[in-house]
Design a protein. Structure first.
Length: 480
């Protein structure tokens, strides 16, 4: 643009030169015509041409002086604005003519552009501030949702704790745990596994499994390089580490997976096993929450097991593990009521260890305890699950045989006597009969007979066996 404008004065000057030369020629011809002279002196022609050219150059200089510099200045300022996109500089005053008017109009345009540019900057800043405010609002909403989720999770933990302290039913507590925690954590599967005495893990509660795996016994998963803090294992993508779920066929081969130890007093007593879909993988936050769940589960399990042990101590003999007199009486009463209602047979055995005091005196109470424990094992092995063998005091034991008549009861008693006689325990060969032995009395229920009367008849049969020489089975006829 600058080059084009700068050429304009030269074009104006050139036009002026041509115009002047033409004017000079016209004037010359006119002068000749007026004077009627046929020819003029060459010097006159030269002077005339020189004067015309001088006038033309003078006119060009005036045009250039009057317009060229100011137009060049305008062009230079416009070029700088285009190159730098800056509109703060202004054109100086170039006079009151048309060029000056152009300069003033240009300055007004620059001022307007500057104002618009400022407005654009302000709007951009406002837009950035609004966008940032929206981002902060979204972040705040996300944090609020996370906080609400954490509060719900803590409320669930409180429910688990309350349930575990108010209920002594361990399976009920564990079932409540998986049914509440599973949906809250969007788990596709959640299970509680408890460790048994041989080191395997039994499924005691489960959510999301089909069919139910309750009762399955599994080996403990080996975390290896996948194990993290305190034995916990977290696998965000099972498809990349399929061996992690190889210990249990019921677990999916995709999604995320974690196992969290349930520990009490430094000992691992169980595991929490959880899976979630690939679209919603488990993360560190869920893993840490599950650690808190595992701690509550550990308390619930420990409390339930402690209560179970206390109940067992109140109803079972500590030395042999057999039911004690209280539990035996309870079971006899229930069995008699059922037998009376359905007209079923029912028998009891009164068992007494022969010459037990002699064994204690010769070999000490440790040998006597060993003999009692061995007898308890023999009784438990030989009777059915529906039967009950109990230690009711000292060397005296009773056996309850529901739906068993007198002949069947006598056969069971004989099997027990023979089994005990074959026991190899400390001091058995020094007993008066040369081996450990028991005497057994058998009694079968009479219609309408009370528990005390039935047991008294069994005791009577036992004393008959004792008087007959011990190491034998005796049945007292109903008439007796």
């Amino acid at each position: 643009m600058t080059t084009a404008i700068r050429r304009a004065p030269f074009r104006v000057a050139l036009a002026a030169c041509i115009a002047a030369a033409a004017a000079g020629s016209v004037l010359s011809v006119a002068a000749l015509a007026i004077a009627g002279v046929a020819a003029l002196d060459p010097w006159w022609w030269a002077s005339l041409v020189a004067a015309a050219l001088a006038g033309a150059f003078a006119a060009a200089w005036v045009v250039r002086r009057a317009f060229g510099r100011r137009l060049a200045l305008l062009a230079e300022l416009l070029d700088r604005r285009v190159e730098r996109s800056g509109f703060l500089d202004r054109v100086p005053d170039l006079g009151d003519d048309e060029v000056g008017q152009i300069a003033r109009s240009l300055n007004a345009l620059l001022a307007r552009i500057t104002t618009l540019q400022g407005d654009v900057i302000d709007r951009s800043r406002e837009l950035e501030a609004t966008q940032r405010a929206l981002e902060l609002a979204e972040e705040l909403a996300q944090k609020q949702r996370e906080l609400e989720q954490r509060l719900r999770e803590r409320a669930l933990l409180f429910e688990v704790l309350r349930e575990s302290t108010s209920s002594h039913d361990l399976d009920r507590v564990l079932r409540m745990l998986v049914e509440r925690i599973g949906p809250a954590l969007r788990a596709s599967r959640l299970a509680v596994l408890l460790r048994d005495d041989d080191g395997r893990y039994e499924v005691r509660a489960a959510h999301g499994f089909e069919p139910s795996p309750i009762g399955e016994r599994l080996a403990r998963p080996s975390g290896g390089p996948l194990a993290i803090d305190r034995g916990m294992m977290l696998v965000p993508d099972v498809s990349r580490a399929p061996d992690a779920v190889g210990f249990w066929d019921a677990l999916p081969a995709s999604g995320s997976f974690a196992t969290i130890p349930i520990s009490h007093g430094g000992d691992e007593i169980g595991l929490l096993v959880i899976t979630r879909s690939a679209a919603d993988p488990l993360g560190d936050v869920e893993a840490r929450y599950l650690e808190a769940v595992a701690d509550q589960a550990a308390l619930a399990i420990h409390n339930a097991q402690l209560i179970a042990r206390l109940e067992a101590l109140s109803t079972h003999d500590e030395l042999t593990g057999l039911p004690n007199r209280r539990l035996f009486w309870r079971r006899v009463s229930r069995a008699l009521a059922r037998a009376e209602r359905y007209s079923h047979s029912l028998s009891v055995l009164a068992v007494d260890v022969d010459h037990f005091k002699s064994l204690n005196d010769r070999c000490g109470h440790a040998a006597g305890d060993e003999a009692l424990r061995a007898i308890a094992v023999a009784l438990t092995d030989e009777i059915r699950e529906v039967d009950t063998a109990a230690r009711v005091g000292g060397e005296e034991l009773w056996v309850l045989l529901p739906e068993t008549d007198e002949q069947g009861a006598a056969e069971v008693a004989e099997k027990l006597r023979a089994r005990i006689a074959a026991l190899d325990v400390t001091g058995a060969d020094g007993q008066p009969l040369g081996h450990l032995s028991v005497s057994i009395g058998v009694a079968t229920r009479l219609p309408g007979e009370a528990a005390r009367a039935l047991l008294d008849r069994a005791d009577g049969a036992l004393y008959v066996a004792k008087r007959a020489g011990r190491d034998r089975v005796e049945s007292v006829p109903p008439a007796a």
